[in-house]
Design a binder for this molecule. Sequence first.
Ligand SMILES: N[C@@H](CCC(=O)N[C@@H](CS)C(=O)NCC(=O)O)C(=O)O
Length: 219
Amino acid sequence: MTQNPSLKLYSYFRSSASYRVRIALNLKSLNYEYIPVHLVKDGGEQHKDEYKNLNPSAELPTLLHGDKTLSQSMAIILYLDEVLSDFSLFPQDTFQKAKVIQACEIVNSGIQPLQNLKVLKSLTSEFGLSEEKKLQWIQKWIRLGLHSFEHLITHTSGQHCFGDTPSAADAFLIPQIYNAKRFEIVMEEFPLLNKIDLNCQKLEAFKKSAPEQQPDAPA
Ligand SMILES: N[C@@H](CCC(=O)N[C@@H](CS)C(=O)NCC(=O)O)C(=O)O
């Protein structure tokens, strides 16, 4: 393990965007301090001033690297990739790198914002959706995004999304699959993604990053 005492990650065990960064840190064998922020307790600790001074969007994750503060998982992962460790999560070739980012963005901007906690809360409290309709909303957007993802990687995948080595695309995909299962989507509908999920789950970096392995996960 590379010693890097100056890395701190503000995270919540079930936050999929935090889960992406945990996978990236673990794939890169970077040590970090885990700072839990409870997204639900007392209306959500992300709304406290202390946290909003670090991240005005009141979202997880936030990474501290020494005196540098960074949020947005894509920005964090790109930063980590450039400044720390030899193991890269992106291909060298500029076009191939853009293709990996394209896959990540299907999750980052195409799916996750539509199933984010604050969006789901507002669907029921402000817009009067029933729990049943809310679940249909979530499943619709997850399915749509996962179908695009599966289509995109049909010709690029091997053991992982792009070839046989995990990349940032796997770090974005696996937490989204975790959420898909949480919201009762049967992953057999996406055979390629399901296969990649099983391959990733065999790797130590993915096992260590899983929600149930985090210090703030309920016993
Ligand atoms: N695009 C952002 C998404 C961040 C985000 O939405 N985080 C969620 C948890 S996965 C959050 O903190 N939600 C707080 C809320 O809904 O109140 C990223 O990649 O970091």
